[in-house]
Write a protein that binds this ligand. Structure first.
Ligand code: FAD
Length: 307
């Protein structure tokens, strides 16, 4: 193979060559305002980079080819986890590793803690961010099901101002969000879950360090042995991470017994729309979703009983 053939784009697309086959300009602003101005100036040609653990891979594979990269790495005002009366606020430059080690996340948002801990390796979590995880909009993003059940709110900002986006409206398709191309997500607000509720997260993947074949988060609260609050979301089973409202409605005001468990499993398998891809088959995803629903519910019930 001669050099010309070797550099052909389709060949580069087939393998991860460890090189980025396009030229781009790297910007490292120190304020949000500066970053927004750059994004406006190069609108349509620029992309934001946080940890780069998704974007750099996509650029190597020519799935994304921005001419300008705007880094959030030097914007100190975006690196925080702040506790408020009604919930916590996490800045867009906050690393996954900081969230994994956060006491408040561990104590009040167990499903999120477990999901973050399940992402890749410590090295990747030292680079990657929670906001990058959702902005990348993989249907398998591990933080998405927990953020859906906690009903998180995303703040997106452009030069004109900020807007709030409910997590349920954020994802619009595989790799797609409702963000406009002059907007940066600056933070995620996560309301505290109801008192005495419990949450859990489970994931099945090919190997430890891989995206999920299926992931699930759920929140459960009992009142006198019947379910008072139930929220359930799954990832990698549809074009976007999915909250299963029909299953939630079904289980409310009922006990968690064998009959109701089976019904919830059945509803979940009817609501999801899995596909066959490199990680799994449609059939396996549908079957394993039922097992994950059962396991996650049992874990949550046991935790409530121990409280
Ligand atoms: C080896 C490996 C293993 C992995 N394993 C997992 C896994 O198990 N589970 C999982 O869910 N993910 C996994 N990932 C994917 C990745 O690490 C996560 O999605 C990570 O959270 C991405 O964050 P980041 O800061 O690196 O995003 P980046 O790569 O910087 O950005 C990702 C996308 O989001 C956009 N973006 C980032 N921040 C903003 C912002 N503030 N506003 C607007 N747009 C923004 C970027 O433009 C880009 O399109 C893995 C990646 C690798 C390399």
């Amino acid at each position: 193979m001669n050099r010309g053939e070797f550099m052909r784009a389709d060949y580069i697309n087939l393998v991860n060559t460890h090189i980025i086959p396009i030229e781009f300009t790297y910007h490292a602003p120190e304020t949000i305002e500066e970053a927004l101005k750059l994004l406006r100036e190069y609108q349509g040609q620029a992309m934001v980079i946080a940890g780069g653990t998704d974007l750099i891979v996509d650029m190597k594979l020519r799935r994304k080819e921005p001419k300008h990269i705007i880094s959030l790495g030097r914007i100190r005002e975006l690196d925080y986890i702040i506790e408020e009366d009604s919930g916590i606020r996490i800045g867009a430059a906050t690393k996954l590793r900081s969230i994994e080690k956060s006491r408040i996340v561990y104590e009040r948002f167990e499903a999120l803690h477990l999901a973050v801990k399940s992402i890749a390796s410590i090295q990747v979590r030292n680079m990657g961010t929670l906001v990058g995880n959702i902005c990348n909009a993989s249907p398998a993003a591990d933080s998405a099901p927990p953020l859906l059940i906690y009903e998180a709110i995303v703040t997106a900002q452009n030069l004109e101002g900020a807007r709030k986006i409910l997590m349920k409206d954020f994802f619009t398709g595989p790799g797609k969000t409702c963000l406009r191309n002059d907007e940066i997500v600056t933070e995620i607000f996560i309301p505290y879950p109801p008192r005495d509720s419990t949450s859990s997260f489970l994931k099945i993947s090919r190997v430890g360090m891989d995206l999920a074949k299926v992931n699930i988060a759920l929140l459960l609260k009992f009142n006198s042995n019947v379910v008072e609050d139930f929220r359930i979301a799954l990832g990698a089973v549809a074009p976007t991470p999915l909250r299963i409202l029909r299953a939630e409605e079904y289980l409310k005001h009922k006990p968690v017994n064998e009959e109701n468990l089976r019904k919830v499993e059945e509803i979940v398998s009817e609501e999801i729309k899995p596909i066959t891809d490199v990680r799994s088959t449609e059939w396996y995803r549908r079957e394993v979703s039922k097992a994950l629903v059962r396991d996650a519910l049992n874990i949550a019930v046991n935790k409530v009983m121990r409280k």
